[in-house]
Write a protein that binds this ligand. Structure first.
Ligand SMILES: O=C(O)CCC(=O)C(=O)O
Ligand SMILES: [Fe+2]
Length: 370
């Protein structure tokens, strides 16, 4: 996402605000209700029970159908019975809590200049050009073959085209930081997410009437960006700016996002009536949402939906998003089952890497407000 703060007007009139969004194609604009968000209904962001994902083909197809319905409407759903060990998940969360409590100078030692790896401080980023700076701290990292259980024992076989995407300064972020077991526990959860995402994409194939392994060849060295995110609570402080965002409105860039959120509400999803709805935390679930590249590959059938976080509670909020993507350099066309004579492909084959680079480059360009 963008690393450059910019200012642009977000004039309010008749209960609507103009929202500027970054997309692969450039800037897009939406008039969005400025009414306070309400909670989503069970239909808008449904719970998909993944138990059947580990069953026979019939059971897998049944789960795929419920996933498809959600992916075609709001593009957001909760998953339960996802198979990720609660202890692994909470292990990473507890390390995140310890990490963000470290003195800021210590956290800043884990910042990088070449890449977006490592620590990013409070209000140092602005994801949305028409909202303010993000009131959050983050510890980020990206896919590394050496952490992927599929490749960690055959690192000499990692192709040069994959190595090319690993920045030189990546290992700096893993130096000891004062939190015992930080790297081990965080990576254990990242690995669980990676394996769940590789399973989920097989369900997506089934849902789209494709062979179950259709996308497998695109997930050998996949995108696996991860963030520990900390939205500090306001405690007894007065909220000075009711519009201040934790993370500004955006769509996720890649294939699927798996988001763990703690018990504090904050995640808002923009529905098709341009109203904000909360996707509140539900114990035992992760939130899954479709990314821009999957929307494109399905000829816009699966929806990549705008979302943001506003954290105005007294308490701190923590979340852990895992962004699953396809191999960065693989040119992929719109899938055959999402097109026909009346609905030809809207997009040329493209690589995930080139489109992401295009969108990130927008962060360095001036914004037109309409
Ligand atoms: O923290 C959250 O609940 C959502 C974060 C998010 O949307 C992102 O990092 O892309
Ligand atoms: Fe997001």
């Amino acid at each position: 996402m963008s690393t450059t703060a910019m200012s642009a007007s977000s004039a309010s009139s008749h209960g609507y605000k103009k929202l500027i969004l970054r997309s692969y194609e450039g800037y897009t604009y939406r008039d969005v209700s400025d009414h306070p968000a309400r909670d989503c209904t069970d239909d808008e962001v449904p719970i998909v029970d993944l138990s059947g994902m580990f069953g026979d083909l019939e059971a897998r197809k049944a789960v795929a159908q419920s996933l498809l319905k959600a992916a075609e409407t709001s593009g957001f759903f909760y998953i339960k019975n996802h198979g990720i060990d609660e202890n692994v998940l909470l292990g990473a969360h507890h390390k995140a809590r310890e990490f963000f409590r470290l003195p800021v100078e210590q956290k800043q030692k884990l910042s990088t200049t070449e890449s977006s790896y490592g620590y990013q401080g409070l209000r140092s980023r602005q994801v949305n050009p028409s909202e303010g700076k993000d009131r959050k701290e983050v510890f980020n990292f990206h896919y590394e073959p050496q952490f992927d259980p599929v490749h960690k024992d055959q690192l000499s076989e990692v192709p040069a085209r994959v190595r090319k995407h690993i920045p030189n300064d990546f290992s700096a972020i893993w130096q000891p930081n004062g939190v015992e077991g930080f790297k081990e526990e965080v990576l254990a959860y990242w690995q669980a997410c990676l394996s769940t995402a590789r399973e989920l994409i097989r369900l997506v194939s089934l849902a789209l009437d494709l062979p179950e392994d259709y996308f497998d060849r695109y997930t050998t060295y996949p995108g696996g960006d991860f963030g520990l995110v900390f939205y500090p609570g306001h405690g007894d402080e007065q909220i000075e700016n009711p519009d201040e965002v934790g993370i500004g409105a955006h769509t996720d860039l890649q294939i699927l996002t798996l988001l763990w959120q703690d018990e504090h509400k904050g995640l808002q999803v923009l529905n098709s009536q341009n109203e904000w709805i909360f996707a509140p935390p539900i114990p035992g679930t992760l939130v899954v949402n479709i990314g821009d590249f999957l929307m494109r590959l399905t000829n816009d059938r699966l929806k990549s939906t705008v979302h943001r976080v506003i954290q105005h509670g007294r308490d701190d909020r923590y979340s852990m998003p895992f962004f699953f993507g396809f191999n960065f350099d693989e040119k992929i066309a719109v899938v055959p089952t999402c097109t026909d004579e009346r609905n030809p492909p809207k997009y040329e084959p493209a690589t995930c890497g080139e489109l992401i680079a295009k969108r990130l480059a927008l962060g360095n360009q001036p914004v037109k407000s309409s």
